[in-house]
Design a protein around this ligand. Sequence first.
Ligand code: SAJ
Length: 445
Amino acid sequence: MLLRSGVIKVLKESIKNKTAKVLIIGGGYVGLPLSVQCAKSGYRTTIFDLDENKVDKINEGTSYIGDVPSSYLSKLVKSNMLNAVKKYNLHDLEVDIILVCVPTPLNKTKDPDVSSALNAAETIYGTLLSIKNEQLVILESTVYPTFTSGPFTELLEDYEPQKPLIAFSPERIDPSNPTYNVYNTPKVVGGTTQEATEVATAFYKNVVETVIPASSAEVAEMTKILENTFRMINIGLVNEIAIACQKLDINVWEVIEAASTKPFGFMKFTPGPGCGGHCISQDPHYLAWKLKTLKFNSKFIALAEEINSQMPIFVLNLISSALNKIKKPINGSTVLVVGVAYKPDIDDVRESPALDLIELLHQEGAETLYYDPYVEKIWTPRGDMYSMVKEEFELCTELNQSFDCSVITTNHSNIDYNMILNSSKVVVDTRNAYKGVDSNKIVRL
Ligand code: SAJ
């Protein structure tokens, strides 16, 4: 049995000459692009996912993630640089580097659900470590600070003879971002030991353009939390500014454009019907939860959450006053919600505030329909299912009939907003989709 130092030397060598084999646990919007980048960089890469459909699709070379073209994926699969496995045949895998990219959502009470990350650790401990002497395990899923060196490592630490090197590196995937991808987005990485940081840094340097070593896993965990809490709080601020401007009868969009001319010390955020997505609206609650265990309440996160989560109600009131203009109550009116994805030009509806608004409209008795070219079907938080209103929508626009009110909740770039305006009696615009359009039919956030 090699001494630990010798084993680590072997691992470093295998990283350097790219004979190291990589396993990615979790083939989702983080794991699949990362796997492709690892394989493209010359590392034989395997993806393990509990969803057997995903495993089959990957092995067929069929991508299910917009940012990963199937042509890319199939080339790597055909050249045997990338494949996927199902639970039952993890045992015959000899891997050196394991990247954990599993979902770490919040539960209903906004407490972190890290069960998938702990299950991944058990999978590693139970099946994989027994195969190889030394391994590098890097957690990429968003967690609360101290989780990596705490519960995640504790699951692995009584493993003999060799404990794996363990590090944390926050995923910075921005779905459908046309400029930034896995390769050119700088990668922060911090190990539970200095050695783990060094080895993880050496690996990522062969996979991405820029690597930023941190002095610990906690620094890397907190980096991710700061990045996304910064956004959530500024979204909350600009939403409160929008409410203030409504009360002062000032056009908030003009104010934001004017403030954006400041070449330093200002960063543009825009208001909307709330804060959706699986990152920004969720990650800051990891920090809030951890701080609560330390008897500290983060006021900023709680306040931003309060403002952002109230925005659907604020928009409902805008719809009510817009319908009042045409002497119609919400109850019985036909309201078309336009754009239900959580941000423009993607099909992801997770935590989308449009779903909350649809539920509120339904509760108020509106005949609620939605139109979103990216999303065929949705379920509201209460579980009601809606299919996209393709037929009625096209009929209305062709026959120039009209919806009592249309509300723009997500401003996809491929929607004809003029058509929406012509086929609605009033329009509530929460995304400045009608910038520069002068019409008394439009009520703006
Ligand atoms: N939102 C606003 N106003 C804004 C910005 C966002 O209302 O000024 C809303 C969006 O409509 C959405 C939510 O907030 O519902 C989140 O938007 P986001 O632009 O932050 O998009 P995400 O959630 O996809 O965030 C990702 C993040 N990437 C990772 O966490 C790895 C984030 O760090 C990126 O900065 C962000 O994409 C981005 O820049 O697009």
